[in-house]
Design a protein around this ligand. Structure first.
Ligand SMILES: [Zn+2]
Length: 411
């Protein structure tokens, strides 16, 4: 089945090759082919060009996209979209000025999300997550990472990872699973955090690895959560099972988690709202992608990741949603793009590169996703008729994604 798209106003992120991430100044370059055609065959991108050079060949279907832009679908490299129920009450409590501790005491926070998840059936969890996944796909997400971490017991963590596996079987987009048993210390280990880390390393991790249902390991490396030393222990243990790290770090405090993560060749370090020069230097000449989560900063009203500082230091940057019930109940990558531009002072070109190519790197998907490149998967988003691709972040809070293709099939 060959489908030809014609008269595309702008074919965005066209690259003959895309074997590396984009860092520093290179992030400001976004290749766009105007008045273009694009040919896909079954699930793959085959060829593209400009309309005057349309080859004289046959195809099964021809679709006119006059006035519309085509981009590689967004890659959301950081989400927690499996959870049981919402946390609207906590939202109101926060508006009224309750502290984190008061909210937790009233039934909010990660630990309470975990309590809720532990008593929710796998099927119910699947149905809620599938609904969220379909919503974000409609908004242009064509590859995604999902974390466990609201289980905090072996059984509940495996239940979450099993839901991710089922989503992967049911949906065509790439779904990467991350084991985040070290999201918070469960109450039963409150006075013995070391015992929980031991349990995680000696019991949980081997069971997760044995089932082969995780691609990465993650740790909430933060004051009052998991220390740098504990983070390193968990990363090292996971390496024994071939699980690379993606680490929650520097959200509230700079405690040295970035240096520890890059030392172990973490695939990404995520959050980075608080970033010292030492952290910045630690990221130089590494294989670790910094990932900003601007919707989280927006929702809980904390500083934004200093994107300019990162990019101007010659580093790469990706953006992701952090979709989760507590701090980002929203999986809309388009809104992240707007925040990246408005709040983090990234240009639309930088933001689009951050949400496609660099995000694909953060999920080890650079060979197959993140750009319009022959041989890559036909995971595409098609806009409405809009004046420019910069209109996407400019016209914030509105959806301009008209169609989404996953593996060459229209949603
Ligand atoms: Zn997160």
């Amino acid at each position: 089945m060959k489908t030809l798209f014609t008269h595309i106003k702008g074919l965005v992120q066209v690259r003959e090759e895309s074997s590396t991430w984009l860092a520093g100044e290179a992030m400001s370059h976004l290749p766009v082919l105007e008045n273009a055609w694009l040919l896909i065959e079954n699930d793959k991108i085959i060829d593209y060009g400009s309309m005057p050079n349309l080859p004289d060949k046959t195809w099964d279907e021809q679709i006119d996209l006059s006035g519309k832009f085509v981009l590689p679908a967004w890659v959301d490299s950081h989400t927690h979209l499996i959870y049981a129920g919402n946390r609207e009450q906590e939202f109101i409590d926060r508006i009224k000025g309750l502290t984190y501790e008061e909210i937790a005491a009233k039934g909010g926070g990660i630990v309470n999300s975990a309590k809720n998840l532990q008593t929710t059936s796998e099927n119910e969890l699947y149905l809620q997550a599938a609904n969220r996944l379909e919503q974000v796909m409609q908004m242009g997400t064509g590859a995604i990472e999902i974390k466990s971490g609201y289980g905090l017991t072996l059984e509940a963590e495996l239940k979450m990872l099993s839901v991710i596996k089922k989503l992967r079987q049911q949906y065509d987009l790439p779904i990467k699973a991350t084991f985040l048993g070290a999201h918070a210390v469960p109450p039963e280990y409150k006075n013995n955090q070391k015992a929980y880390v031991d349990h995680l390393i000696n019991e949980m991790l081997p069971a997760v690895a044995e089932q082969g249902i995780a691609n990465y390991v993650d740790v909430f490396c933060e004051k009052n959560y998991f220390s740098v030393a504990e983070t390193e222990r968990i990363i090292e243990a996971a390496q024994q099972y071939g699980l690379p790290a993606k680490i929650h770090v520097n959200q509230f405090y700079a405690i040295g988690g970035i240096a520890a993560s890059v030392k172990h060749n973490a695939r990404s370090v995520d959050h980075l709202e608080v970033l010292t020069d030492t952290d910045l230097n630690a990221l130089q000449h590494t294989q670790t992608m910094p990932v900003a989560l601007p919707s989280c900063s927006f929702f809980i009203d904390i500083p934004y990741t200093p994107a300019r500082k990162i990019i101007d230091a010659g580093l790469p940057l990706a953006i992701a949603t952090d979709y989760n019930p507590g701090t980002t109940p929203n999986g809309n990558m388009n809104f992240c793009l707007s925040l990246a531009c408005i709040k983090m002072k990234m240009t639309p070109e930088e933001a689009i590169n951050a949400a496609t190519l660099n995000a694909a790197y953060a999920l080890d998907l650079l060979d197959t996703h993140g750009s319009i490149t022959p041989g890559k998967q036909a995971n595409l988003l098609i806009t409405e008729k809009i004046p420019s691709y910069g209109f996407l972040p400019y016209s914030f809070g509105q959806n301009h994604i008209e169609q989404v293709y996953i593996n060459g099939k229209r949603l």
